[in-house]
Design a protein around this ligand. Structure first.
Ligand SMILES: Nc1ncnc2c1ncn2[C@@H]1O[C@H](COP(=O)(O)OP(=O)(O)O)[C@@H](O)[C@H]1O
Ligand SMILES: [Mg+2]
Length: 286
């Protein structure tokens, strides 16, 4: 175990220090996506990155994943600077990134085979994680035969099967209907409580962030900075949690933090308090 200032650094401690990132597209003007972002995520912690569309959440997640090169600042995991993607970090993308020509079990086996696990072991693990996400019986289905929620479950099974210390999730439930999303959130908490991985969960949904994460890093509109880090320590086993006063008050508090940023991101009038309907978006944001 490495040490930092004399303190032990666990394998999945993530230290993001003064990260800046700019895109320089061949066409169009350069975009500063992130500016001076610092955040520490402790081993086995569940942290949400919350902010309006276009504030740089995905960019930050991809930097941690090693999919984008570091331009300014540093990111260390377990005390070591990251150098590209690795099996220690599993990523779940916003859109179900399954191979359409492979069945569910072939998709889940893919990463295991790449790790060089023997065939029987790949099969055993793949089935175990398919069952864990509630897809037993759908092993030989193709993605086109599954609903959106089932596809995202398969993608999560594929990532979990590799047993990464860190899970990076980019709005994984964003494309699901409200009911499926709520079921998947509960499922994710159950999985996290069972496996205790370090999770960075990107979302623009305040309620989702407060429901899932122990801490919420609220980001500003572009260029993304950390505006405030909010503690959200709750008894997540309580089925009535979302109806309790402390939960409702925290959603309210976080919503107030995010609201002004969302208006800025929309190119609206910050003083107005409410974004005018149909305001023009600023410079090419999605
Ligand atoms: N490949 C790219 N080329 C140019 N600009 C980009 C690219 N990817 C993202 N951006 C811009 O960088 C900013 C941050 O994007 P992103 O990290 O995707 O935000 P978020 O995930 O919070 O919606 C946005 O303004 C977006 O338009
Ligand atoms: Mg994004």
């Amino acid at each position: 175990m490495a040490t930092k200032n004399g303190a032990a650094v666990a394998a999945s401690d993530i230290a993001i220090e003064r990260i800046g990132y700019g895109y320089r597209p061949a066409r169009g003007r350069p975009v500063t996506a992130l500016d001076d972002v610092s955040l520490e995520v402790r081993d086995r912690e569940f942290v949400a990155l919350l902010g309006p569309s276009g504030c740089g959440k995905s960019t930050l997640l991809y930097l941690v994943g090693g999919f984008l090169p570091i331009q300014t600042g540093s990111i260390r995991i377990g005390g070591r600077p990251i150098a590209g993607p690795g099996p220690d970090r599993g990523i779940v993308f916003q859109h179900f990134a399954l191979f359409p020509w492979k069945t569910v079990i072939q998709n889940v086996r893919y990463g295991l085979e790449k790790q060089g696990l023997p065939g029987g072991e790949c099969d055993r693990r793949a089935r175990e994680f398919i069952a864990l996400v509630g897809l037993a019986g759908f092993e030989t289905s193709y993605p086109s035969q599954l609903s959106g929620g089932m596809k995202q479950r398969a993608a999560i099974a594929r990532t979990l099967a590799i047993d990464p210390g860190t899970l990076l999730m980019d709005e994984p439930f964003g494309a699901l209907d409200a009911q499926t999303r709520s079921l998947m959130q509960a499922e994710l908490l159950r999985i996290w409580q069972g496996s205790r991985k370090t999770v960075i969960f990107v979302t623009h949904d305040v309620q989702e962030a407060v429901f899932l994460a122990e801490r919420i890093a609220v980001m500003t509109a572009r260029p993304g900075r950390i505006k405030e880090i909010v503690d959200a320590k709750f008894d997540r086993e309580d089925p009535e949690l979302t109806r309790t006063r402390p939960f409702i008050d925290l959603v309210d508090h976080v919503w107030n933090l995010v609201r002004g940023e969302a208006i800025l991101a929309q190119g609206g009038i910050a003083q107005g308090g409410i974004a005018p309907a149909g305001v023009a978006q600023r410079g090419g944001d999605a």
